[in-house]
Ligand binder design. Structure first.
Ligand SMILES: Nc1ncnc2c1ncn2[C@@H]1O[C@H](COP(=O)(O)OP(=O)(O)O)[C@@H](O)[C@H]1O
Ligand SMILES: [Mg+2]
Length: 342
């Protein structure tokens, strides 16, 4: 099949996406497809240069994630795309292929906007449709739906930083977690132990979004559970060597231990798996996802969020969980691709 792997984009998570996208593209090439890795924001100004690679090609894709978050303003200046989030010829190239493998993270790739555009053009794509993407990306909406279904999630409040009436922080309890309402990869997230640290955390979160959340911090162990084709994968535990699971601990090698299957009682693992599947379905997520949890000191699981486009390098959490079931990385990419055709 002719597959476009769409990555990058004007998103704070573009580097993570380009890394996942390169590896997905290489896996699909090995699986026998003709594959083009395309940057959603930069596009391909010269369509004749949109060359698909196949098994016989000498070239493969590669991308190393820098340790600092990308400078999107600089990227905008260097390209001439301005505020247009879909780059030159992206729609044309995607229309001419069989399936688009969405390897984007954050922004329009994950919040349903791109999925709605693709639906309008009749372009086939992997993963979740626009409604599920939107519901899962907005942590305020998803937590409301999660709570409505009697699943525990940390207490939270939402603030619109642009509206000063909304910014009375006097009732906040500590420790808390400050985060943008619709970001990912821990970008803009801070753990705040006392009132002195609050301002800095709010300023960091609002670099990314005006809607910010302040959530009770749950003390405990962190777990994540992948969902693939209607079933929950084995539970993975994340143990950062220092601090919490922030951007650096997520993407720089050796900063966190990840244990799969996690060392927890079967009953707790099964409970988290069943909640994860429920959350996946409540939020109308598609073929695959990853649901994040904190298990508190009393072994109560609190659902943090659902990811419709989880990290997809071979060492990312979902691929590790699939591997624990004997599903190789290449097979995982193939299953996700094929589900888009069904
Ligand atoms: N309420 C919380 N209690 C404890 N840790 C939290 C809480 N919220 C977030 N974290 C930490 O911050 C990380 C990122 O938060 P998360 O809500 O999953 O946002 P993102 O979409 O950026 O992954 C989590 O993986 C966890 O380590
Ligand atoms: Mg998360």
């Amino acid at each position: 099949m002719k597959v476009v792997v769409l990555a990058g984009g004007l998103s704070p998570e573009r580097d993570v996406s380009l890394s996942s996208g390169s590896l997905i593209a290489n896996a699909l090439i090995e699986n026998g497809h003709d594959v083009l890795l395309l940057d959603l924001y930069l596009g391909q100004p010269d369509i004749s240069k949109a060359k698909f690679l196949n098994k016989g090609s000498s070239k493969r894709y590669s991308y190393q994630i820098p340790s600092t978050e990308p400078d999107l303003e600089l990227l905008k200046k260097e390209s001439d795309n301005g505020d247009s989030l879909i780059g030159k010829n992206v729609i044309e190239i995607c229309k001419a292929c069989d399936v688009v493998f969405i390897a984007l993270h954050g922004s329009i790739g994950e919040n349903g906007q791109l999925q709605a555009v693709f639906d309008s053009f009749g372009i086939r794509y992997t993963g979740t449709g626009y409604i599920g993407s939107l519901l899962a990306m907005d942590k305020d909406i998803s937590k409301k739906l999660i709570l409505l279904n009697n699943i525990k999630t940390p207490n939270w409040r939402i603030y619109n930083i642009q509206n000063s009436d909304d910014c009375d922080f006097s009732n906040i309890t500590y420790p808390c977690v400050v985060k943008p309402c619709s970001c990912g990869s821990s970008i803009g997230v801070s753990i705040v132990e006392n009132p002195d640290e609050l301002n800095k955390a709010v300023n960091y979160a609002k670099l990314y979004e005006n809607m910010i959340m302040i959530e009770d911090k749950i003390d405990g162990r962190e777990f994540s559970i992948g969902i693939l084709g209607g079933r929950a994968l084995p539970v993975i535990e994340i143990i950062p060597k220092k601090g919490f699971y922030d951007y650096v601990n997520k993407y720089q090698k050796g900063m966190a231990d990840e244990v799969c299957p996690a060392d927890v009682d079967d009953s707790i693992a099964e409970e988290m798996q069943s909640i994860a599947l429920k959350v996946h379905n409540i939020l109308r997520v598609g073929f695959y996802s990853r649901i994040d949890f904190i298990l508190d000191k009393n072994n109560e699981p609190y659902c943090l969020e659902a990811n419709t486009l989880p990290g997809m390098t071979p060492t990312s959490l979902l691929p590790q969980e699939a591997k624990a079931l004997g599903i190789s990385y290449n097979e995982l990419c193939e299953q996700i691709l094929m589900a888009a055709i069904d």
